[in-house]
Design a protein around this ligand. Structure first.
Ligand code: BTN
Length: 245
């Protein structure tokens, strides 16, 4: 395992991305930081995490034969790996909120930011950034329903041990992508997907609320929502959110 341990850095994703450009890194190299000064989240948001309490790390993964259209399988594999490790550590109900937020008892405890390099019609490598709230107990009130493993279970966790298990499990699930075990990944992803196949209230970008049912995720990673009148529509991340989240 090639693990680069950093005390403080702007963002482990930025750091690893830059390093991978400068030198040939071993596949599955990880950069982990005790503190990020400019942690990045999805859609230009930031990821704030108290120093020394949580996990903030990025992993480099190369792909042999992954078509650009199949890049959502990376998201599936990563979310499933995180869920798998968490299941071994807490008893709370765990779900993947599309595309790849990890919820425990409905609270976000982990976020994933995947940044990929495309070569022609293939994904050549991804920098997979993961933030996991481990032992933090106080969160800003303006970041929604978030929690940590400690808050949910009352137990203090060893971040180093969690990291090793996460790397091993990520490697395993990312091999599913390289071996094109796409059906297995999809099946497992839907099994763990929040509000899959059940009526839920959504809100579009204009703030209009509507009732629908998630029936899947399209090949290009959009959320497929079916309506009462038997029609369905695909939404990207900017176009839809759950009401109240
Ligand atoms: C999200 O839910 O918006 C994604 C959050 C991803 C945060 C992680 S922390 C480690 C890595 N470095 C970053 O700057 N972001 C990711």
């Amino acid at each position: 395992m090639n693990i680069i341990k950093l005390n403080a850095i702007d963002s482990t994703n930025l750091y690893l991305k830059k390093l991978a450009k400068e030198m040939k890194l071993e596949n599955y190299t990880v950069a982990v930081a005790r503190h990020q000064t400019a942690g990045r989240g999805q859609m230009g948001t930031s990821w704030v995490s108290e120093s020394n309490k949580n996990l903030t790390f990025s992993l480099l993964c190369r792909f042999n034969n992954l078509k650009v259209e199949g890049q959502f399988y990376i998201s599936m594999a990563v979310a499933l790996a995180v869920i798998d490790v968490l299941k071994k550590n807490v008893k709370n109900s765990l779900h993947i909120k599309w595309p790849n937020d990890i919820l425990a008892d409905g609270y976000k405890i982990s976020g994933i930011l995947i940044e990929s390099v495309l070569k022609k019609s293939f994904v050549s490598q991804s920098i997979i950034g993961i933030g996991l709230n481990v032992n933090q107990q106080i969160f800003p009130t303006n970041i929604g329903k978030v929690s940590s493993l400690k808050l949910l279970s009352g137990t203090e966790f060893k971040t180093d041990e969690l990291l090793i298990d996460l790397i091993k499990t990520l490697t395993l699930f990312l091999e599913y992508v390289n071996c094109q075990k796409y059906n297995e990944l999809s099946k497992l992803y839907y099994k763990n997907l929040y509000k899959f196949n059940e009526p839920a209230m959504f809100e579009d970008a204009k703030g209009i609320q509507f009732l629908g049912k998630i029936t899947g995720v399209s090949q290009d990673g959009r959320l497929v929502v079916a309506f009462k009148n038997k029609t369905s529509r695909k939404f990207n991340l900017k176009e839809i959110k759950f009401v109240g989240s």
